[in-house]
Write a protein that binds this ligand. Sequence first.
Ligand SMILES: [Ca+2]
Ligand SMILES: [Ca+2]
Length: 223
Amino acid sequence: MQVKKASGTWDEKLRWEYDWNPRDQMERADKFINGLGIPEGYVEYRYCLSCDGALSERIEHGAYSGGSHPIVSWQRYEYHGLDLVRVDERYDTSGGTIDSGDPWRTLEVSTHRPGAIGSLLGKRVYTHTNNDATPDTTEDFYYTYDPVGNVVSVLDDSGNEAYHFTQEAFLGMNSPSMSLAAAIGTARRVIGSWSTKRENGRMISRASTTSGRGGMTRRWGGL
Ligand SMILES: [Ca+2]
Ligand SMILES: [Ca+2]
């Protein structure tokens, strides 16, 4: 993205660069700001060849500091078939920087209807506020669908409607404009890893390497 200055010349404010693997999957996205040659941050993506090529890890590197880009988030995705059933993250037991030797803890566990790509039925979300693997907050969400498979509402632990969705007759979602995953506080964890996808008029949520319509979370290219 470039911004025009009063002089009529253009300033580069934001630029993304992407690397792809031989299977056409994004391996890395670098974010550059203000025309600088060193990225502001970047994200690496790893894929599971034995899981239909699904995204398996997402590693986010923060701002350049002390000669490197420290890892600020390292997440792992686990599947049953094509359904994403669990998201874990690495954490440092003493609050230090995240590295490949750090242990895992669970962020989300999802349940799906049976089927090759089963609708999401429920999700348990764990929030961690300190440096151990014991969740400090646990929330459950349940998904309800209309007869053709669109998400209608998300219920909380008590059966109260936490979020409600309406659909246009032809595939579009009227509301809410914000993403479903963001609404339940999981956007930070799944940014860049999920997309909304519609198949035969049915909205599904799945890990994907392609951006989809609707925007259940931010799409590829976002930090
Ligand atoms: Ca560490
Ligand atoms: Ca804890």
